[in-house]
Design a protein around this ligand. Structure first.
Ligand code: BTN
Length: 240
């Protein structure tokens, strides 16, 4: 297995996708800086030199494409475990934002190449703010970094811990198809479970209660009229 390390690159996810067909399961691409870091929903991801962990992992699991979202769940649970092991108690905001003291510390961008019945590869992109002290105005109130919250951790230690946890949970899923244990871990960190949350779709938002997270990693919510619904995608916010 290889680790590709760059001083600067457009985006580790973009690079990982370029090399994915030639590389093996578990290949890592990491860069000190990204000039075109990408976030979910077409957003940009601010990735200044030495300030954070900008990393992508190429996965080639033998699973059906519809199972892909579970890998994001695995990544979320693994990152939360990794930080917890290093003494930082974080939460997970569904589906995959890592939250520290109510603000976003880390995001995950999963990209998939698949055919009807098989996955060619999955690129799991992880962006974690470590040393950043200044954020762009638009996200100043919603984003944070480990440094800003008073944690002085080495990026190498964090990467090592994330890769260890991720490998353990990934193999548990691939080899033993054990999703229960991973979901249990995920639920333990969830900041939406048991809360009143807004489910945001397009320009609409609906206030519901999150009553469970099921074995697929989807939210089970109760609407104000009592109806129970499964939420499989989109964005949520916890009612403040
Ligand atoms: C999000 O919007 O929450 C996901 C952010 C993902 C950012 C990471 S940084 C490494 C990898 N390369 C990218 O261009 N994006 C992901």
């Amino acid at each position: 297995k290889s680790i590709f390390h760059f001083e600067t690159i457009d985006s580790t996810n973009t690079y990982a996708k370029k090399i994915a067909s030639e590389e093996v399961d578990g290949t890592v691409v990491i860069s000190e800086e990204q000039t075109l870091g990408r976030g979910r929903l077409g957003r940009i991801w601010d990735s200044k030199a030495y300030e954070g962990i900008w990393m992508s992992i190429i996965l080639k699991p033998n699973i059906l494409p519809y199972r892909t979202p579970f890998l994001t769940i695995i990544a979320g649970a693994s990152i939360a475990n990794a930080l917890n092991n290093l003494g930082v108690s974080v939460g997970i905001k569904w589906p995959n934002d890592i939250i520290l003291n109510g603000k976003k510390l880390c995001g995950i961008l999963t990209e998939l190449s698949a055919e009807i019945e098989r996955v060619n590869y999955i690129v799991l992109g992880i962006g974690m703010n470590v040393k950043n002290l200044n954020f762009p105005n638009e996200i100043e109130n919603i984003a944070t970094s480990l440094c800003k919250e008073g944690y002085d951790l080495s990026r190498v230690d964090i990467v090592r811990e994330i890769l260890c946890e991720l490998e353990k949970n990934y193999l548990e899923f691939i080899k033993n198809e054990n999703r229960e244990k991973i979901i249990d871990t995920y639920k333990k960190y969830s900041v939406v479970l048991g809360k009143n949350i807004f489910v945001i779709k397009n320009d609409d938002r609906e206030l519901v209660e999150c009553v469970d997270i099921n074995i697929d990693g989807n939210l089970i919510v109760k609407k104000s009229n009592g109806a129970i619904k499964e939420v499989m995608s989109g964005e949520v916010s916890v009612r403040g």
